[in-house]
Design a protein around this ligand. Sequence first.
Ligand SMILES: Nc1nc2c(c(=O)[nH]1)N[C@H]1C(S)=C(S)[C@@H](COP(=O)(O)O)O[C@H]1N2
Ligand SMILES: [Mo]
Length: 431
Amino acid sequence: MSDDISGRPASPARRSLLRAGIAAGVALPAGALAARAQGIAAGTPDPLITEVQDWARYTGDGVDATPYGMPIHFEDQVVRRNVPWLTADPISSINFTPIHELDGTITPAGCAFERHHSGAIELSKPDYRLMINGLVDRPLLFTYDDLTRFPRQAGVYFCECAANSGMEWAGAQLNGVQFTQGMIHNMEYVGVSLKTLLDEAGVKPEGKWVYVEGADASSNGRSIPIEKALGDVLVAFKANGEALRKEHGYPVRLVVPGWEGNMWVKWLRRIEVTDAAVESREETSKYTDTMADGTSRKWTWVMDAKSVITAPSPQVPIAHGPGPLVITGLAWSGRGAVTRVDVSTDGGKSWQTARLAAPGVPMAMTRFYFDLNWDGSELLLQSRAIDQTGYVQPTKDALRAIRGENSVYHNNAIQTWWIKPDGSAENVEVS
Ligand SMILES: Nc1nc2c(c(=O)[nH]1)N[C@H]1C(S)=C(S)[C@@H](COP(=O)(O)O)O[C@H]1N2
Ligand SMILES: [Mo]
């Protein structure tokens, strides 16, 4: 079976560097479950059952101990991480969500990836202003309090950086789903519809685009066509029930459902209605797709359907022997709801339909499960998402046939994990 694996590290040196870092933090207690089961069967007393433990002997912390809680220290490994060679300067860089450690669909804000072009700024509500100008009847200026008096909308949406999986174009490289697919988070946002604010200003008939920019030094300006701006875009101030975190754009960010993360402008300060796209740095020199023939394609706004198995995966190997194995992952589509996810255990030769934890929600993450009675042999695990438009997530070969290998952005190809009999997993490619 291993013959059809062509692990093609784009840069073996980089890859082994990263793997060394990951390996240090991963324990593989293979057989631990089986040993315990044998002990119980043999009548060996389990002190956790037969002895009174300290946590039952003494009282715990009072309700005044944690006014705002952090995860218990046993979960210290559930943190954002970066890729050292991608982080030349943390002020203009990215870290990754530990999606291998999460379940369900909502990303806790405290470990949701961050992407900054000029660092995360501290902007208070009293200092906050939002301007709407350009081709409008009434240029307007809003304070934070003004925004809270418009009718609100709520919705769960994924935010995926267009560069997610961007290091995998030329071959399997990063050995962990946190690094290969972790430039994504999925939160419940509350805010005001951008349409409500634009209607208040009165868009002139010549207004065909909005140019949105942030208050940080980079400003991260992007042009958005007026149809989208008058559609489902939110001017959001809450995520997962609480104020946005500083690193996610406190106090106000744009939420652009289904569209690439770069357009989700943080620390939103100005919306200019224009008659044409501005062609800013972020939509010309960056966030364009290098095609197989070397030309650049601009304005790939929508994030196509994608899925990945989050566990087992290289950072969370199988920690037990043969028998019941929970395979789980995430699927999402910028074009609507995920309607089906298929899982393959043989590198895409055959597929079976996975179980969705809940029906797919448009432009939000969907959790899937595939319950396998594992026989302990090696697997080539893959998942593929299908969305409500009928679109099927492509293989790496199919995507490369059109896109070549020199792109950075919009890689939604099927991911393969090579599961070995000892339960460990490796990022590989099949052809
Ligand atoms: N003002 C501002 N907005 C920004 C950015 C930025 O650097 N400055 N980065 C963008 C990019 S490239 C992405 S992928 C998303 C990331 O959002 P997050 O930091 O909440 O994960 O924010 C976008 N909005
Ligand atoms: Mo991004």
